[in-house]
Design a protein around this ligand. Structure first.
Ligand SMILES: [Zn+2]
Length: 108
């Protein structure tokens, strides 16, 4: 996990990006899809900087959708599952929800 990913991303060129949809323009909400685009090189990778948001874990019951509190320690959500099993003996399937911080930056 964690090899940087590089790719191009369309960037708005400042002109014509925030006009409301007018005659002959397709619009999503109030933002026109007509925009002049240029392509820039961006890099994307997991954020391991000291100020990165923490990775968090949660478990969700796939039967009733109930979700454990978020925790930075994966053991706490697993303990939540064991308590949930005790209260709902017919609930056997769960989802682990991992939230991992990523960062992107533009290559100069
Ligand atoms: Zn359940």
């Amino acid at each position: 996990m964690g090899r940087p990913i590089r790719g191009t991303a369309p960037a708005h060129s400042g002109r014509g990006t925030e006009r409301p949809g007018g005659y002959g323009q397709r619009a999503v909400g109030a933002v026109s899809t007509r925009a002049v685009l240029r392509y820039e090189m961006w890099t994307l990778e997991p954020d391991r900087e000291p100020d990165a948001e923490p990775t968090t874990y949660a478990m969700q019951c796939a039967v009733d959708g109930e979700t454990s509190p978020l925790s930075e320690d994966f053991v706490e959500p697993q303990n939540w599952v064991l308590r949930h099993c005790g209260q709902h003996p017919s609930h056997h399937t769960y989802r682990e929800v991992i939230t991992r911080p990523w960062r992107s930056w533009r290559r100069m």
